[in-house]
Design a protein around this ligand. Structure first.
Ligand SMILES: [Zn+2]
Length: 209
């Protein structure tokens, strides 16, 4: 018990190893190492209602981002559109099944699970912390949170749309579909959500009651 208390309140500067005792910070303030001025830690942002708004917006964009075409190609008069899922499936059917599975996991399944998991965590914090079974569910969600975050790679797909568009623009007419807009919005909302999200702070809700 005593060991745990020491671990939580003391931190090491990442660049000069100075031992620093953590203090509560006002919102928007960052602690800086007194010796080498390296940023040490922020206040956990984690405004639950802000996260709820971001999470719901991201979920709102999730379905159209995956159902509407992200890329529209016009080549020699024929029009071809594709969604993220179709893209993954066609790569899969061409024999690159590992790539197909990777795309499906990192662009569709992991982000979906991540958003649902965060939504569940937020709702439990707001309404369900007194129920033992919901607390257990919350604990499990926090445990897999790291894996889901690492598997979510929306930014790679936003970048690859842009790269594909520039590469194909010379010999085909490329236009972005409604899906591209939704996918980019999904990416931005998830980015801001993950900036607000602080795993350590989420764990601390379990100790409070
Ligand atoms: Zn330092």
């Amino acid at each position: 018990m005593a060991m745990e208390a020491v671990d939580n309140s003391i931190t090491l500067c990442q660049s000069c190893d100075l031992v620093i005792r953590k203090r509560a910070l006002p919102t928007g303030v960052r602690a800086i190492c007194p010796r080498c001025h390296t940023p040490l830690y922020d206040t956990p942002y984690c405004s639950i209602n802000g996260m709820l708004a971001l999470c719901l917006t991201a979920i709102f964009f999730f379905a159209p981002a995956n159902l509407f075409p992200v890329l529209e190609l016009e080549f020699l008069g024929s029009m071809r559109t594709t969604t993220v899922i179709e893209g993954a499936l066609s790569v899969y059917h061409q024999g690159y099944w590992l790539v197909g599975i990777a795309v499906l996991t990192s662009a569709v399944i992991a982000p979906g699970l991540l958003l649902l998991s965060i939504l569940m965590q937020i709702l439990i914090i707001k309404y369900g912390l007194n129920s033992p079974s919901l607390r257990t569910a919350f604990k499990h969600a926090l445990k897999i949170q790291g894996v889901l975050t690492q598997l979510t790679m929306l930014e790679i797909f936003v970048i690859s749309f842009l790269v594909a568009a520039f590469n194909l623009a010379d010999f085909a007419t490329v236009s972005f579909g409604f899906g591209t807009f939704c996918f980019t919005m999904l990416f931005i909302m998830t980015l801001f959500l993950m900036r607000e999200y602080d795993l350590e702070h989420m764990w601390s809700y379990l100790d409070e009651r």
